[in-house]
Design a protein around this ligand. Sequence first.
Ligand code: NI
Length: 459
Amino acid sequence: MLFADVSVLDEHFAVKPHQWVAVQGGVITYVGDSDPRGAMAAGCGAATAPAEGDSPVTPPLGAAPATADFGEVVDGAGRLLMPALYNTHAHSPMTLLRGYAENLPLDRWLNEKCFPFEAKMTGDDCYWGTLLACAEMARFGVVSFSDMYYHADRSAQAVLESGMKANLSGALVAFEDKPFSDYPEYAFMEQLGNEWNGAADGRIRVDYNLHSEYLTNETVARDIVALAKEKGLRMHIHLSETAKEVEECRGRHGGMSPVAYFEAIGLFEVPTTAAHCVWVDEADMDILAQRGVFVANNPASNLKLGIGFAPIPRMFEKGVNVCLGSDGMASNNNHNLFHDMYLQAMVYKGATLDPTAVTPQQALRAATRTGALSQGRDDCGLVREGMRADLCLLDVTGPSWCPATDMACNLVYAGHGSDVVMTLCDGQVLYAQGNFPTIDLERAKAECAARTKRILGEL
Ligand code: NI
């Protein structure tokens, strides 16, 4: 595919007009300000610029653009091409809970609503909930998500079929003081890893997870950290989401915060994505920065559940890897990550009384490149030669996009997820102009509606 004469969000998160971007074999093979077909005609070939910043990437195999067939040519007039978005904290089957547990205090939301509903969910329910989540994410330019939920093997099947990417982990509540290997989740995770880690050309990965400090005892937490280390897998946890969680952790662990506690048991020696980190102090943030922990910021979920405001501007100052997540659909209620990006770029200005807090470039990087890195996908998240072709194309002809004085600011402050007209994952089209080539959306919607109705009838 060749995007012809298109505006591009470049690797510095600035918008460059009149660019040509070629995608071949799932990889971006050319980015430049001239038509590579012209280079072919001139016989001079298309030079590959050396990569700047970030990690080096392996040059794509196969023919150079100058001698290659580009296939479909997409007219870039009135279009903006940007890296696809990476949703770094989700519970995708929870799409079935959308609109069900509303306007309740956190304890009642969880104990009276979410837990009883989830106890009725089958593997098939989780498959369909994930498939609908995939469709919704693809619609809004998201190609990959980090998930933590029951029946993760069924989510993996949905991800495989949808053409998306995901880092999947199971669900675990561990109060009994016995080794992790005595829990049924141990065998489940072994099987999930064996069957799915690296599946679909690496689109699907398996992470280990600890739900949180308050739902996992120390014996099990230490065992899981050791397993992740031994297998070279990543970790996904909820961390310091509420003030109550932090206070109770200090009571249980000799005054240590959840961050200090997990540092003490060695968690952050494993690459970790930590969701929320709302109630963290300076010492906590220093640990997160030093250990390279990826903080999945969930501004919509934190607002909706009345959790508070994560110190995101301070984390950026300290060099913490901040990325972006939707969280589950009982606390958001959508997978339109453009909403979350807008909130990340806006709410912390209000929370800190500082209008310079969180720049559009920081928010764009969090939603794209840092998200990809949090999933161990070093060759994703930038529009640059040699990177995987995870892209979304926006229609920028609507009224919100004029004038084009600063298109990166328009993108964050005025654009909408619904401006996305095409989403590609590894070069495969997942969404284009209302169509979902890999997902039967009507079937997925009907299945999810019927399944939610069944479960509500059982409650
Ligand atoms: Ni969560």
